[in-house]
Write a protein that binds this ligand. Structure first.
Ligand code: S3P
Length: 173
């Protein structure tokens, strides 16, 4: 069994759902953003401020690649992990990819204070969320083995659907 990788927009519930799925499979839970902030010893906002988005993406790529040498886990990926061709190829190699779909409106409502998300910080958040999601939707779908709609569902309900969908994938590629 390989990793279970949860992808999707900010606010789609990857971390909350990931913890529940990991518990169910008795697997470790990995939050890729936490890995990045721990190894940089900086917050996501600090990394963006000091190194730009490019610096953050390079750290994100390294954190993703490192999973290849680790035992199976359930991984919550950052929302932008799919923006690189290389990352999408790596995701497919690492295991089963499940896309948690959410609308821009619900994502913003769930996030609330967007100040810790540099790409959604400030008054332009609604427009930024809509355009980023529109640009990424096809990338999420292209790399996913399964798509789970999270709209108007609790984290427990979404976790159940993820677990069911993993059964449908078979023995977790
Ligand atoms: C990002 C999503 C964030 C974090 C960073 C960039 C993105 O993770 O990696 O702020 O580009 O969508 P979450 O999806 O966990 O919020």
């Amino acid at each position: 069994m390989k990793h279970v990788l949860l992808i999707g927009f900010m606010g789609s519930g990857k971390s909350t759902v990931g913890r529940l799925v990991a518990e169910r499979f008795l697997l470790p839970f990995v939050d890729l953003d936490d890995r990045i902030t721990a190894s940089a010893d900086k917050s996501i906002s600090e990394i963006f401020a000091r190194e730009g988005e490019e610096g953050f993406r390079s750290r994100e790529r390294s954190a993703l690649e490192a999973l290849a040498d680790e035992p199976a886990s359930v991984v919550a990926c950052g929302g932008g992990v799919v923006t690189s061709d290389a990352n999408r190829a790596t995701l497919r190699e690492l295991g089963s990819v499940v896309y948690l779909r959410v609308s821009a409106g619900e994502a913003l409502a769930r996030i609330g204070d967007t100040s810790s998300r540099p790409l959604l910080a400030g008054p332009g958040a609604p427009l930024a969320a809509t355009s980023l999601l529109a640009a990424r939707e096809a990338l999420y779908t292209a790399v996913a083995d399964e798509v789970v709609d999270t709209e108007n569902r609790t984290a427990e309900e979404v976790a159940r659907l993820v677990i069911d969908s993993l059964g449908a994938i078979g023995d977790l590629r």
